[in-house]
Design a protein around this ligand. Structure first.
Ligand SMILES: Cc1cc2nc3c(=O)[nH]c(=O)nc-3n(C[C@H](O)[C@H](O)[C@H](O)COP(=O)(O)OP(=O)(O)OC[C@H]3O[C@@H](n4cnc5c(N)ncnc54)[C@H](O)[C@@H]3O)c2cc1C
Length: 238
């Protein structure tokens, strides 16, 4: 297997067109490749500056999870810290987690930040939303979002060998005119549901919870609804 290490976007574009498969820390693909055979070419973005950004409003796809710190919003910082074991977090990347894994602990956090994805395709760099990123398995270069006023992340304890633990992420963004928007995303099993509601000055927590209860979040099992209630109440200071 030839490992490509592009240092510019145009170089990465050439390797992508040549059929190189993206690779992060190989925490998922290694076992599969050992079993089924290695691809001819793989491409790691670890030397590509555009995929290594880490700031208040941006995160590169090649950033290793244990490098994600409090420069990013709390919801994303905590999500990264909750993934697997220390050994996994030292190797696994943002791109591998979001695009390549089934658990995707970073996804609810990225959803409530309303993150946009910068992706590389054969014809160049594009910006898209998370739904399209996942549906089309694009090569992710980085995420960017608008800084929230506040955010929170909670992963409930899970049973070893059991279903994925419940995750609740929430964030509030200013919208102008004295309004803000609360976004909530829940991972229940392998499914992630995201909803949002506008907060006017003086909107009470009870009203917010009632509004969210009329969305798909209201159809979640009781324990998940209780976790959403706790998260929203904590975030809005109710
Ligand atoms: C012991 C253990 C515990 C774990 N626990 C959790 C957990 O609690 N929560 C959780 O969310 N996950 C968990 N995982 C899964 C973990 O998230 C993934 O192993 C990891 O995120 C994959 O990242 P990677 O960089 O190693 O990807 P790789 O193994 O390198 O790649 C995985 C896939 O992602 C694709 N890929 C890589 N980079 C990109 C990119 N930039 N753009 C598009 N596609 C790309 C690859 O082509 C491949 O298909 C666990 C894994 C292990 C082994």
């Amino acid at each position: 297997m030839l490992l490509r290490l592009p240092t510019s976007v145009s170089e990465a574009q050439t390797y992508l067109t040549d059929g190189a498969l993206p690779i992060g820390g190989a925490t998922l693909v290694w076992a599969t490749w050992q079993r089924d055979g290695f691809p001819e070419q793989a491409m790691s973005l670890r030397d590509l500056p555009e995929a290594n950004v880490l700031g208040r409003e941006t995160l590169g796809a090649a950033v290793v999870l244990n490098r994600i710190d409090d420069r990013v919003p709390e919801v994303l910082h905590r999500a990264a810290a909750s993934v697997g074991t220390g050994a996994v977090r030292r190797a696994a990347t943002v791109g591998g987690n979001l695009v390549g894994s089934t658990l995707r602990c970073l996804l609810p956090a990225a959803l409530v930040l309303d993150a946009r994805a910068t992706v590389l395709e054969a014809d160049g760099v594009h910006e898209t939303d998370l739904a399209e990123l996942l549906a089309k398995n694009h090569l992710l270069l980085s995420l960017r979002w608008r800084r929230p006023l506040a955010s929170a992340y909670r992963k409930l304890p899970g049973d070893p060998g059991g279903p994925p633990p419940l995750v609740v992420a929430a964030a509030v963004h200013a919208e102008g005119g004295g309004r803000s928007r609360l976004r909530v995303a829940v991972r229940d099993g392998y499914e992630v549901i995201g909803e949002s509601t506008v907060l006017d000055a003086g909107t009470g927590v009870g009203e917010v919870l009632a509004t969210l209860g009329r969305t798909d979040l209201g159809a979640l099992p009781a324990a998940a609804r209780e976790a959403v209630r706790g998260q929203v109440t904590g975030l809005l200071g109710g």
